[in-house]
Write a protein that binds this ligand. Structure first.
Ligand SMILES: *Cc1c(COP(=O)(O)O)cnc(C)c1O
Length: 371
């Protein structure tokens, strides 16, 4: 699905030198590379505080810990997401409340959010799925009206921009109270191991987040709150500094590949191409088709037999997962989510796709669909 080898080879000297530099410095934890990456990412996102951490799941967990929620408090997110979003809510003893998504963007439907709010609701977690922003303006309004925190799960959309009604733009992850991202290797800004970060413009929250990721410790060996150990290491930070400088070029490469796919599949009776909303730019973490009248697992198998990887994100919605079954939810409760989980398929999408590969992939997909 991604070609990390070719991407590395295109900047091998720079990466090798940076990694070697960290090894020789022996400052493996909290070295200068981490601080430098932190301020470069703050500048890129135009956000006051970036708190690096160990992975995207930790970022979400730490964000929720910083809000001082009580067991039984409700946190609303979507059923059509990666498990981490829901997992951390449950892990902290909070109650995940799931809502349906918009059929065009696959992202949180503000109308569904509004209906799910109860007196116990304390926070909402919009997930910027597949590289495109959630429609944030209505969600900001709803959250404001009900006094809810907004934690953005930005693991799949770093670099994309939400466009407000008045034309103002903000990077996803910097719109709500706290934003979270992942630097898992296959993410749009991926390192060579695990990594993550938390963003906020609120200095008080930033201070809390920094304390939590560091064992609940502000003054060394004095622990005022229960924390965790969640750090981005210096080697990953050094790699991320190099890749951050290329992030916008990477987004363009992905958009070019998406344009090529769109041209090939647009208007096909069995394939719906991704809808690009007018309130967001799209950084195409995934290129996801909605199929109709074909068996997408047969398509996946067919592509596999031609050496083309394809993946189904996500085949089982969260409300249908064994770990998250809840008497409040049953099959049929989230029709858009359920339909998507039955129909979507994602094609290879990365920064190194060339015309020859794109031609081969599109011709092979069309060959299956037209037979
Ligand atoms: C990848 C991902 C995460 C978790 O990130 P990790 O770094 O793997 O822990 C969380 N939410 C979403 C939507 C993701 O895609």
């Amino acid at each position: 699905m991604v070609d990390l080898k070719r991407q590395y080879e295109n900047m091998q000297e720079e990466i090798d030198a940076a990694v070697l530099n960290v090894i020789r410095s022996t400052q493996y934890i909290n070295g200068p590379e981490v601080k430098d990456f932190q301020s470069e990412l703050e500048a890129y996102l135009n956000v006051r505080h970036v708190i690096p951490c160990a992975n995207g799941t930790d970022a979400l967990q730490v964000a929720m810990m910083a809000l001082d929620l009580k067991p039984g408090d409700e946190v609303i997110t979507t059923s059509f997401t990666f498990v981490a979003t829901v997992e951390v809510i449950a892990l902290l003893g909070l109650t995940p409340v799931l809502v349906d998504v918009d059929p065009d963007t696959f992202n949180m439907d503000p109308g569904a959010l509004k209906k799910a709010i109860t007196p116990k609701t304390k926070a909402v977690v919009p997930v910027h799925l597949f590289g495109q922003s959630v429609h944030m303006e209505p969600i900001l309004g709803i959250a404001d009206e009900h006094g809810l925190y907004i934690i953005e799960d930005n693991a799949q959309a770093i670099g994309s921009e939400y466009i407000f009604n008045d034309g103002t733009r903000k990077k996803t992850g910097t719109i709500g109270h706290i934003g979270c991202t992942s630097f898992f290797p296959s993410k749009n800004l991926g390192c060579y191991g695990d990594g993550g970060a938390i963003f906020t413009n609120n200095s008080e929250l930033a201070q809390k987040l920094r304390i939590i990721v560091n064992h609940g410790m502000e003054v060394r060996y004095y622990h005022d709150s229960v924390g965790v150990n969640s750090r981005l290491d210096s080697m990953q930070a050094a790699i991320l500094r190099i890749k951050l400088r290329r992030l916008d070029d990477y987004a363009s490469a992905r958009q070019n590949a998406a344009d090529y796919y769109d041209k090939a599949f647009g208007g096909h009776p069995k394939l719906s191409i991704p809808v690009r909303s007018d309130f967001s730019t799209h950084v195409f973490h995934q290129y996801t088709l909605k199929t109709s009248g074909i068996n997408r697992f047969e398509l996946q198998e067919y592509l596999q037999s031609k050496d083309i990887p394809a993946m189904v994100y996500y085949p089982v919605p969260m409300h249908m997962q064994k770990a998250y079954t809840d008497p409040r939810y049953k099959q049929g409760d989230f029709p858009v989510t359920e339909e998507l989980s039955e129909r979507v398929i994602s094609l290879p999408m990365h920064t190194e796709l060339d015309e020859e590969q794109l031609t081969y992939i599109t011709e092979t997909v069309l060959g299956f669909c037209n037979r």
